[in-house]
Design a protein around this ligand. Structure first.
Ligand code: SAM
Length: 283
């Protein structure tokens, strides 16, 4: 049954399933040097950004992803001061990172400047920290940035990238994690979006393997609900250079001095509890 044109539909490659969002109108459409960038006004999810036809951000549910890509890692690290965000062009992750008063500098390295310029126009609330003096926006390849980074440059590296295909594929490799290991300070943490536990458990397993092969002492996957991403079930996977990811700054997380809508200390701990099929796969 062909849906009429008032629906945006993302078919999930190879999964025989899809998501559709009722559209009021398309308000932007351009081909950047790297990807097709489209913006829609939807009937119930607010503004929608797609890159090459895939959902990146909606007003209604982006808070889950941006909070879970930033606060677990930042409340696990003992004292995060210098943060690197790779990708993150919609700037929602940058906004969450800069809610932490301990953070002194946040480098955001997004390949495609057009993503940020379009986000500034259509998602101004996600970009509200872009002028923060601690924010440094760079538009270049994050893989090369980390390869070139001096040792002991960052406390936390957040990989807020598109799926592991095309320019983002290298952001999930052992070589990349080895470069992250060198660029991170002694208690450093790297965290990457790690796709759907239901659709992509193999990717999650391969990320753990690559992170450990790169020398990281501990790895962990956190699961969370992400309605508009493939399967509606998403994850991030993190690794630390030393110590354990199980010990978080509980008091700081519980007594955080900024608002969130999804993240809290209890959910942080709970998100580490994984479904049995994934526990078995990670053994
Ligand atoms: N939340 C989205 C997700 O999970 O798919 C990601 C959001 S953000 C818009 C993804 C960004 O990664 C895109 O803007 C894309 O340009 C950027 N990106 C892809 N490969 C990159 C690379 N090698 N270096 C820097 N940015 C990259």
């Amino acid at each position: 049954m062909a849906l009429d044109q008032t629906w945006y539909t993302e078919q999930w490659a190879g999964q025989g399933s899809a998501i559709s969002l009722k559209i009021a109108k398309k308000v932007h459409d351009e081909q950047s040097q790297y990807q097709r960038i489209e913006i829609y006004e939807t009937e119930t999810f607010g503004t929608l950004m797609t890159l090459d036809g895939l959902v990146m951000v909606t007003d209604r549910d982006n808070f889950v992803y941006h909070e879970m890509m930033s606060h677990p890692a930042l409340f696990t690290h003992p004292a995060p001061k210098r943060v690197l965000i790779i990708g993150g062009g919609d700037c929602g992750t940058l906004r969450e990172v800069l809610k932490h008063s301990t953070v002194e500098q946040a480098d955001q390295v997004e390949l495609d400047e057009r993503v940020t310029r379009v986000a500034e126009q259509f998602f101004p609330e996600l970009c509200e920290k872009n002028a923060d003096p601690r924010a440094r926006l760079h538009f270049t390849d994050g893989i090369q940035w980390v390869a070139d980074a001096k040792p002991d440059s960052y406390d936390v590296i957040i990989v807020d990238s598109t799926d592991p295909v095309g320019p983002a594929a290298g952001l999930f490799s052992e070589t990349f994690y080895m470069n992250c290991f060198r660029a991170l300070r002694p208690r450093g943490i790297v965290v990457g979006q790690s796709e759907s536990p239901l659709f992509h458990p193999d990717l999650i397993v391969s990320m753990h393997r690559a992170m450990r092969a790169a020398g990281f002492a501990d790895t962990a996957t956190l699961q969370f609900h992400q309605v508009t991403y493939p399967s509606g079930w998403w994850s991030c996977t993190m690794a630390c250079k030393a110590g354990s990811l199980a010990t978080i700054r509980e008091d700081a997380a519980t007594g955080k001095d900024f608002p969130t809508r999804y993240y809290n200390a209890a959910l942080h701990t709970a998100a580490r509890a994984l479904p049995e099929f994934l526990v078995q796969a990670l053994r």
